[in-house]
Write a protein that binds this ligand. Structure first.
Ligand SMILES: Nc1nc2c(ncn2[C@@H]2O[C@H](COP(=O)(O)OP(=O)(O)OP(=O)(O)O)[C@@H](O)[C@H]2O)c(=O)[nH]1
Ligand SMILES: [Mg+2]
Length: 237
């Protein structure tokens, strides 16, 4: 009898455990499906996590303008001892540079500027506090493409009233356009001041100093990077 009850209880237990397993599996599949869906949505439109202390900076510009190089030196200027290698690999996708200041977190999103990657720029426009647009001031052949990309960006309603910091990089090159010439070339005078605050500055990350024997990475930054750093922090605040 006891044995029977036990056997009957055993069958019941097996049945209940079976049901629990099936239930858990169904719940797991449902949860997984929801999680995958939210990851997809995250890539469709990257926006701020609900954090009023976050400042979101979008760093765009054609490939080779020097976005990563400048950011590497901004980090070196901010966090003592941080090193970087030269040249950086081209940004195939995006990179986020995070800075913690007194009252807020500055997240600088660099999106690669190569042909294929530029198609994704529009996925990153939501909740932008500052647009940094970098140009290679020495490559005048690419300026007209830079102009049309910038115009397309500013035509998006999500960019309305977003301040713009234009960086005319590679000022070390003898044929580089000066900041006021870049302002002219990008037709920035035509932007109504009540629509966007526009600031144009020049900078350079070269010439690099000689490295001591045995070292392959740099902790150095060019003095012009200080102004970039200051503008990033003040314009995004
Ligand atoms: N002469 C000179 N070269 C520079 C300067 N800044 C960057 N470069 C060089 O320009 C090239 C491109 O620099 P990156 O920083 O990779 O450019 P990027 O805008 O991040 O390019 P993507 O990530 O491909 O969109 C590299 O060979 C750098 O070493 C500069 O101020 N002067
Ligand atoms: Mg890059």
């Amino acid at each position: 009898m006891v044995g029977n009850v036990t056997r009957c209880g055993g069958r019941k237990t097996v049945f209940l455990v079976g049901c629990a397993c099936v239930g858990a599996y169904v719940a797991y599949r449902y949860w997984r499906k929801r999680e995958l869906k939210s990851i997809d949505e995250g890539f469709e439109e990257v926006s701020k996590i609900d954090d009023s202390n976050e400042r979101r900076v979008l760093l765009l510009g054609l490939d080779g303008a020097g976005k990563t190089s400048v950011m590497n030196q901004v980090i070196a200027a901010t966090v003592t001892g941080t090193s970087y290698s030269v040249p950086p690999p081209s940004t195939n996708g995006f990179a986020v540079f995070k800075f913690q200041t007194g009252s807020y977190t500055l997240n600088i999103w660099e999106i690669g500027g190569a042909d294929g990657t530029r198609n994704y720029w529009s996925n990153f426009l939501q909740d932008t506090d500052l647009l940094v647009f970098m140009v290679d001031a020495a490559d005048t052949n690419k300026l007209s493409l830079a102009v049309s990309e910038l115009k397309q960006l500013l035509g998006d309603p999500r960019m309305d009233t977003v301040p713009i910091l234009v960086i005319a990089n590679k000022q070390d090159s003898p044929n580089a356009l000066r900041p006021d010439q870049v302002k002219e070339a990008l037709d920035l005078h035509s932007i109504p001041p009540n629509k966007h605050k526009v600031v144009v500055i020049g900078c350079q990350t070269r010439p690099l100093p000689d490295l001591p024997p045995g070292l392959t990475t740099y902790t150095w930054h060019h003095p012009s990077i200080e102004a970039v750093r200051k503008k990033l922090f003040t314009m995004a605040a």
